[in-house]
Design a binder for this molecule. Structure first.
Ligand code: KG4
Ligand code: ZN
Length: 351
């Protein structure tokens, strides 16, 4: 089961939501190299619904999984035989989507008689910060901000991971997606809102909207974004009743909403930093692609009275991908390598 080679290759598979993804990473004593990183996005399928349509997501994964893994690992030719371990996202996520990747990975591990490891999707997002040096130093504080999860996590070592708080309702990315819909912007909402917010900055408009910063002063590290979405809805209704048209408030609202989310995310992260004094502060997950969040968090970290390094994943590894699953697998103890029959999908898996 265990390989004695000091260098080994991992085939990683990720299908937890709406990206079919596969990657091969090579692990040596000194480093982990990403050899391939293939992502088939389903954005065009879900755009018309303004969010992920679970049944269509699993169908699309089924259609794409073989060609995506083939592009990443050339299944039929020699390089596939260089694979020493299969890593697959086992949760959390949409069950129909997870099952496609998990069953493909299990079948491949069975047929090729290879070991397999199940990886938590959020852990994968955290390891996107190990794609390039300098790596985070322990203890490291993570803000995970994706479409399915928002939370603050303390990582004391590769094996000691403590969840400090999380969203009580919607995730930050989910709020971006829902507010984009209210503002008649495209799915996914994050990039669309970010672009509108940028327009507002450039236009330097006088039009001001004020939204709440939910739970910003709460003593814990939890979040709540569904009230913010309702606040946007109420503002939109008020503006409509005053016959103010969408083109007048779209950019100001996008800007204020984005800033409200960023203010809460930064405030909670910095509060946790003061309590746990991490050597590194990292952000990850789809919303970590947001340029304003990236730069404002950097500024907040630079103002801490001790020196903490700041880490962000490369843009391509912020949103869902399989390289991050391969990276997470590379840093797991080999005792976690197992056989195909021990791996199952769990849609509500915790960190
Ligand atoms: O991590 P991810 O790809 O999937 C989940 O694990 O959920 O995150 C997707 C989320 C979506 O909600 C999308 O709107 C958001 O990440 N997102 C962004 C940006 N790019 C993607 N949110 C804000 N700004 C962005 N630039
Ligand atoms: Zn994700």
């Amino acid at each position: 089961m265990k390989t004695d080679k000091s260098k080994f290759r991992i085939l990683a598979i990720e299908t937890s939501c709406d990206e079919t993804a596969a990657s091969v990473v090579e692990v040596s004593e000194k480093q982990v190299n990403i050899l391939s990183n293939v992502i088939a996005s389903q954005i065009d399928i879900h755009k018309q619904f303004g969010g992920v349509f679970p049944e269509k997501a699993s169908r699309a994964h089924t259609e794409k999984i073989i060609s995506v893994v083939d592009q990443a690992a050339c299944l039929k030719v020699a390089c596939a035989d260089d694979i020493d371990l299969i890593a697959v996202t086992v949760g959390p996520g949409l069950i129909g989507s997870l099952l496609v990747g998990v069953n493909f990975a299990k079948t491949y591990a069975f047929v090729k008689n290879k070991p397999i490891i199940g990886i938590n999707h959020w852990l994968g997002h955290m390891y996107s910060n190990w794609a390039k040096e300098p790596f985070p130093q322990f203890p490291a504080l993570f803000l995970i901000v994706s479409g399915g999860h928002t939370g603050v996590v303390l990582m004391k070592s590769h094996t000691e991971i403590i969840s400090l708080g999380q969203t009580l309702d919607d995730a930050a990315g989910e709020a971006f997606d829902k507010v984009a819909k209210l503002l008649e912007l495209d799915y996914p909402g994050g990039p669309a809102i970010s672009a509108e917010a940028e327009k507002f900055k450039i236009q330097n408009s006088e039009f001001r909207i004020k939204l709440p910063r939910p739970m910003i002063d709460s003593k814990d590290y939890n979040f709540s974004f569904s009230g913010l979405k309702t606040a946007v809805l109420n503002e939109v209704r008020k503006l409509q009743s005053q016959s103010i048209t969408l083109n007048h408030y779209q950019s100001p609202m996008a800007h204020e909403f984005q800033q409200a989310v960023i203010d809460v995310l930064i405030s909670k992260t910095i509060k946790a930093a003061y309590e746990f004094k991490p050597k590194s502060i990292c952000i990850c997950g789809g919303v970590s692609a947001n340029k304003e969040l990236r730069s404002q968090m950097q500024e907040a970290v630079s103002k801490l009275p001790w020196k903490a390094s700041y880490h962000i994943p490369p843009f391509i590894l912020s949103t869902d991908n399989a390289a991050m699953i391969g990276l997470a697998a590379a840093y797991q103890d080999k005792s976690k390598w197992t056989t195909f029959d021990k791996i199952n999908a769990d849609s509500s898996l915790k960190l």
